[in-house]
Ligand binder design. Structure first.
Ligand code: CNA
Length: 266
């Protein structure tokens, strides 16, 4: 049996339940060291320590606004309200320790192909210095004009907090006066770079899943694209459907605390 699958060189099914205490962290470190193509799927839980709440749960965004808020129709009805809310959520936020730990991992293992497929629409992962991030649900700091398609690379939220309720000029396209929408994936729209993500997943030999309830499709089904023998490390405070997978090492704990423990052995 390939020694990649267990740090002690054996293979039991399901090995997760045989690993307790420090062994579990050592096991994860061993997977990382032995893998070449590591794919990390991240979700809102990665950014909570930066002050951006999750969607779900008691303090989640959905306790304040309905899910329908994140549809193009709702956005068009009241763009100013949408941008004001986005400003409140995403302005002046900084990467947290967990983002930096992932960047440290990439820097330590320059020879490995480490990709992040994130559902997050913030830019905190790349702001921490991480090099290969795919924003499957888009990026709230970017936008484009609904009339002419002109791209805005750096949306300034202050421009949206304007007194232009009757006149979109402050956040309208300079050439056509069209409304600028954020370049995020609203409900009902296709995700970004799906084919690229699938190709990355097919070549993955270690999948790490961080801070996502895995309840939003199609990302929730991304793990089905990895090979049957690819190990999975999942760190999420709440249970996910992947926890019981034969190949999963699952931690129902804080991302930063858990990554710090794993990094001790990497
Ligand atoms: P979600 O459904 O809200 O799940 C987040 C999960 O993270 C929950 O199960 C929490 O228990 C868990 N969690 C929270 N904090 C921690 C922590 N410190 N350690 C470990 N686990 C933690 O969010 P998903 O990402 O699964 O859902 C996908 C949506 C959320 C995407 O469309 C995103 O665009 C959207 N979203 C993004 C952001 C952001 O960009 N930062 C914020 C909120 C929502």
């Amino acid at each position: 049996m390939d020694s990649k699958y267990l740090s002690n060189g054996t293979f039991t099914t399901p090995y997760v339940r045989t690993n307790i205490g420090e062994e579990k962290y050592k096991q994860c470190a061993h997977f990382i060291k032995e893998s070449q193509n590591i794919t990390i799927i991240t979700g809102a839980g990665l950014s909570t320590d930066s002050g951006i709440p999750c969607f779900r749960g008691n303090d989640g965004i959905y306790s304040e606004i309905p899910e329908s808020f994140f549809t193009l129709d709702e956005f068009k009805k009241n763009p100013r309200k949408f941008y004001s809310f986005m400003k409140k959520l995403f302005s002046n936020k900084k990467p947290n320790k967990a983002h930096y730990l992932l960047t440290e991992l990439q820097r330590k293992y320059k020879d490995k192909n480490i990709n992040i497929l994130t559902q997050n629409i913030d830019e905190l992962q790349e702001n921490s210095g991480f090099k290969k991030v795919i924003h499957v649900h888009g990026d709230i700091k970017q936008g484009y004009c609904l009339n002419c398609g002109r791209k805005i690379k750096k949306l300034n939220f202050n421009r949206y907090e304007c007194n232009c309720i009757a006149d979109f000029n402050t956040y309208s396209c300079k050439t056509t006066n069209g409304l600028i929408r954020p370049d995020i994936v609203f409900y009902g729209e296709d995700i970004k770079d799906q084919e690229k993500c699938i190709n990355i997943l097919k070549n993955t030999d270690l999948l790490i899943v961080l801070g996502t309830s895995l309840s939003v499709e199609p990302v929730a089904s991304f793990p089905k694209w990895i090979s049957a023998l690819c190990p999975i490390i999942i760190i999420n405070k709440e249970p996910t459907y992947l926890d019981e997978d034969r190949m999963s090492v699952s931690f129902k704990s804080d991302i930063t605390e858990t990554l710090l423990k794993i990094m001790e052995y990497v």
